[in-house]
Ligand binder design. Structure first.
Ligand SMILES: Cc1cc2nc3c(=O)[nH]c(=O)nc-3n(C[C@H](O)[C@H](O)[C@H](O)COP(=O)(O)OP(=O)(O)OC[C@H]3O[C@@H](n4cnc5c(N)ncnc54)[C@H](O)[C@@H]3O)c2cc1C
Length: 385
């Protein structure tokens, strides 16, 4: 089978690129390994920028049951401080959001193939016996499990946290973190207290985000240093107990709560701080999107809007005849300010001496929370929505 553009991965970045290219009339095939959208490790906090991109693509988050978030609470020890968010925000489960985006891509004319896992992506020059490259042949070949290979003119890599064989990302500048996610049914009183807020809870070696999502569930998504998890015996149950012992707001929220998944979802290692740039981690002729291009620390950065932004930008630059190398350079430039601040805040939240300074600043001036939230978003100048 042949296609003009092959997109590997049907998360936010892959779908955004597919929508942009298909709407411009290009022949696009998107391969997604999961037969249907599933829960993913993600805090599911949608910033204003992400909401704008989604609206532009035709996804109505409110219509899909998304929950409005107006304020942020930072909780540590036995105290917490709150501030209004300086922008509109919402939450929606990834299972629902990813499904909606894939539907939009299909509607726009992209061929979406579910349950198709790409094993590897080879350049024709690297395929033994494939012969020299000429302009009439597709330079890329994707090897797909249980299906025939696919030849393509251009390859977009949007596999998120999962690296393709031979294309592993180096660890980022903030490595060594593990993430967990669990949905809870909170008691009515605690659900009412959480309503409209995202709560960031601090504990030794990491922090967690808690917020309501659709259908009355609450998403608790946490990150912790691998060393701290090891100290706790490597078990989620011990981590959860330690988190509650250190943060009384979390203990309060989970009183009488029921876990909605049999086991938490987990992901490790996460190459936080990774940025694909020419020279450092060259794109090798592939358009790398979303987490394959930039992995920003969770809760202090805006991963979903970067993923949507990268897919949209890649589609625009491809349509203008630009190269993947130029795209990668531009994306890393546009996200570098956000990455620097998000990495600094993430380090500070997890490291006791700096955490003390940060919480003292928030205690003195809770509006600091809103300022940090605003500064760790994609700059309006780069958005063009
Ligand atoms: C703990 C944590 C909390 C977070 N919280 C937030 C938050 O609250 N707000 C926010 O904005 N961001 C958050 N993020 C970041 C956000 O989740 C990611 O940046 C975003 O999901 C990246 O989108 P993506 O499209 O690159 O990858 P993904 O959404 O992971 O999609 C990749 C897709 O590719 C598919 N795939 C993988 N391998 C293959 C293959 N070989 N063949 C075919 N398909 C394949 C996968 O099945 C998947 O559907 C968080 C991240 C973490 C780790």
């Amino acid at each position: 089978m042949k296609t003009e553009v092959l997109i590997i991965g049907g998360g936010l970045a892959g779908s955004a690129a597919a929508i942009g290219l298909a709407r411009a009339g290009r022949q696009v095939t998107l391969l997604e390994r999961d037969p249907q959208a599933r829960h993913k490790v993600c805090g599911e906090f949608l910033s204003l920028e992400a909401l704008k991109y989604l609206e532009e693509m035709g996804v109505g988050v409110a219509e899909a049951g998304g929950v409005a978030i107006r304020a942020v609470r930072l909780a540590w020890g036995s105290t917490f401080k709150a501030a209004e968010l300086p922008f509109r925000a919402m939450s929606l489960t990834r299972r629902r959001l990813d499904e909606l985006l894939l539907g939009c891509a299909e509607q726009a004319g992209a061929r979406v193939m579910r349950g198709c896992q790409v094993e590897s992506l080879l350049h024709r020059d690297a395929v033994p016996g494939a012969g020299p490259l000429d302009s009439s042949t597709a330079p890329w070949r994707a090897i797909v499990s249980d299906a025939a290979p696919i030849e393509t003119q251009a390859a977009f890599l949007a596999t998120g946290k999962h690296d393709l064989r031979g294309r592993a990302r180096p660890q980022g500048s903030r490595p060594g973190m593990v993430a967990f996610k669990m949905y809870w049914r909170l008691s009515p009183a605690q659900a009412a207290a959480l309503e409209g807020h995202v709560e960031i809870m601090l504990y030794r070696g990491g922090y967690a985000g808690l917020q309501m999502v659709e259908e009355g569930a609450a998403n608790l998504c946490s990150v912790v240093a691998q060393t701290e998890l090891q100290r706790l015996g490597g078990r989620w149950e011990s981590l959860l107990a330690a988190m509650q012992k250190e943060c009384s707001l979390l203990r309060q929220r989970l009183e009488g709560a029921r876990a909605l998944l049999a086991h938490p979802l987990a992901v490790a290692p996460i190459p936080y701080g990774f940025v694909r740039e020419c020279g450092l981690a060259p794109s090798q002729g592939v358009w790398a999107l979303g987490d394959q291009a930039v992995v920003i620390p969770s809760f202090t950065g805006d991963g979903m809007s970067i993923a949507l932004h990268s897919g949209r930008l890649a589609a625009q630059m491809y349509l203008r005849g630009e190269t993947p190398e130029r795209f990668q350079k531009r994306l890393s430039h546009e996200t570098s300010g956000q990455m620097a601040l998000a990495t600094m805040v993430s380090r500070g939240l997890a490291w006791r001496p700096v955490r003390g300074l940060f919480t003292a600043a928030v205690e003195l001036r809770p509006a600091t929370l809103g300022v940090v939230a605003r500064r760790t978003r994609i700059a309006a100048a780069f958005m063009q929505v």
